[in-house]
Write a protein that binds this ligand. Structure first.
Ligand code: SF4
Ligand code: F3S
Length: 108
């Protein structure tokens, strides 16, 4: 499957959700995940993300490895709901798009 990685945190542009043929994105307070059991590896969402947050789980860099499991566990979070229509990004998304190492800010 493809996975959402760190750049999405505090940005949440949501352009990705509009192209997914499987509707496999789920939304939390400041991050989205892909349900790995539903993703069909079509890769259509990848170019949609303005901050390149979506990568193949097979090609994830070492520092983003925790996000493979996070996409799986958070897609089962009882309060994270499926999102199929884009919405406005989070406030200050431009500032946060330039910040690395945001995992500690992830709200669950
Ligand atoms: Fe959806 Fe395809 Fe992206 Fe998987 S790779 S999340 S199926 S758009
Ligand atoms: Fe996140 Fe990029 Fe989608 S910032 S919400 S993965 S378009």
């Amino acid at each position: 499957p493809f996975v959402v990685t760190e750049s999405c945190i505090q940005c949440k542009y949501t352009d990705c959700v509009s192209v997914c043929p499987m509707d496999c994105f789920l939304e939390g307070p400041n991050f989205l995940v892909i349900n790995p059991d539903e993703c069909i590896d079509c890769s259509m969402c990848v170019p949609e993300c303005p901050v390149n947050a979506i990568v193949s789980a097979n090609e994830v860099s070492a520092d983003q490895e925790p996000f493979v499991e996070l996409n799986r566990t958070l897609s089962r979070h009882p309060e994270w709901k499926r999102i199929t229509r884009p919405k406005s990004p989070l406030p200050e998304h431009e500032k946060w798009a330039a910040v690395n190492d945001k995992l500690g800010l992830l709200k669950r």
